[in-house]
Design a protein around this ligand. Structure first.
Ligand SMILES: [Zn+2]
Length: 282
């Protein structure tokens, strides 16, 4: 075949091929647009029957699993500068990573803690709603908040483990709020969460009104690791998830158990922390 004809055929083939590709792309785009329209219709219908409400105060908002502007404003977020170990806020920024005097005086068993906000106002209401009123509608919101607070810890974490509830308490409450938070964080970060590794052997008395040493005694030896999971703990970086940290006695007891089982690092992330000596009604 003469060279010119070959070139013509190639030209026609290229044009046809390009046209076919264009047609395919426009078909795909058309399908995407239709899907997007159907999604919008579905979302609008869903919002009509189940309008999005603020997780904090139940006022009407634009999107599900979110807070209204007033509730966002009222949350006392713990932002930098904070102690690199305890995650507690610092009064000024000395530059770089800083360890507070409290952490230097009494080094915790865990390595680093990060907390979303102080246990006051809206955050206190959110935690109470989650814990005692079965308010699980903020699941995605909690995942996003925890993910942002623990951004530097997630980079090194191999596994998420929630602070477990005793079986009796789990039976009466029907779910473990820390496991729900760990699941939300897992969804957000892609890191696996396993609520079955750590278990609580006994029902500890309420921590309210106890001194720090009484709280440590109260939870000492309260946790164990499932025998089957012991191998997976060897050298692992664990991110322990809880709803509220008061004195830190519970998370320290968990960290001690995990480290005794071979974990290389145990970090903590929680929604809230009692940052002063006020009596926490949890
Ligand atoms: Zn609100």
């Amino acid at each position: 075949m003469p060279q010119e004809n070959r070139l013509d055929l190639f030209h026609i083939y290229s044009e046809n091929s390009a046209a076919k590709k264009c047609r395919n792309i426009s078909v795909i785009n058309g399908a995407k647009n239709q899907l997007s329209i159907l999604n919008n219709i579905g979302r609008n219908l869903g919002n009509f029957f189940l309008p999005p409400l603020c997780t904090g105060c139940s006022s009407a908002i634009d999107t599900h699993e979110n807070l209204c502007a007033d509730c966002w404003r009222e949350i006392d977020f713990i932002c930098a500068p904070y102690c690199d170990v305890l995650g507690t806020p610092l009064p000024f920024n000395p530059g770089g990573k800083t360890v507070s005097a409290a952490a230097l005086a009494t080094k915790p068993i865990y390595d680093r803690a990060r907390v979303v906000a102080r246990y006051t106002g809206v955050m206190r209401r959110l935690v109470h709603g989650l814990k005692y009123s079965d308010r699980q509608d903020g699941w995605r919101l909690y995942g996003r908040l925890l993910s942002k607070a623990a951004a530097d810890l997630l980079d090194e974490a191999d596994l998420l483990i929630p602070v477990p509830l005793n079986r009796r308490r789990l039976w009466s409450r029907r779910f473990n709020q820390a496991a729900l938070l760990a699941d939300a964080l897992s969804h957000e970060s892609g890191i696996k969460s396993d609520p079955m590794i750590l278990s609580r052997n006994r029902l500890t008395v309420s921590q309210v009104g106890l001194t720090i040493s009484q709280r440590r005694k109260n939870v000492s030896g309260a946790f164990t690791i499932k025998k089957k999971a012991l191998k997976s703990m060897d050298g692992a970086n664990i991110l322990l998830v809880d709803d509220v940290i008061t004195t830190g006695a519970t998370v320290e007891a968990c960290a001690e158990t995990l480290k005794q089982a071979g974990a290389a690092r145990v970090d903590i992330v929680a929604l809230a922390r009692v940052t002063d000596n006020e009596l926490a009604i949890i």
